[in-house]
Design a protein around this ligand. Structure first.
Ligand SMILES: [Zn+2]
Length: 115
């Protein structure tokens, strides 16, 4: 699915893209700001991410997405492996604008309840 968005073959609201990274709105959104930051290359999860430069750029793009959205408080998170990971193409979640609380699982557990 994410490979199709990367190739512009599937619709998405794209917030940022460059030669290596693309960021688009999550569908459905779990929080008012919920953007996925994804490497163009198909990497299964952070457990298989070995490129230090790409890892850093994914994090910096995530931070920039939050700044561009005006979020003063935000979360950057990635899940690796089932059952936490639902799409097996590495993606960072950038989430803000809700009472997400601590620890990081709250927004996801709310979404799970809807399914
Ligand atoms: Zn993929």
């Amino acid at each position: 699915m994410f490979c199709r968005i990367v190739a512009h073959e599937a619709p998405a609201t794209i917030r940022y893209e460059d030669a290596d990274v693309i960021a688009f709105d999550a569908e459905p959104a779990a929080t008012p700001l919920h953007v996925l930051v994804v490497p163009r290359n198909h990497i299964r999860s952070v457990a298989e991410l070995a490129d230090t430069e790409l890892a850093g750029r994914l994090v910096l793009v995530s931070s920039r997405i939050a700044a561009d959205a005006g979020a003063k408080s935000f979360r950057v998170a990635t899940n690796s492996g089932a059952p936490l990971q639902d799409v097996f193409h590495l993606h960072w979640h950038v989430m803000a604008g809700d009472a997400m609380g601590h620890p990081a699982g709250i927004a996801f557990s709310r979404r799970t309840q809807k399914l």
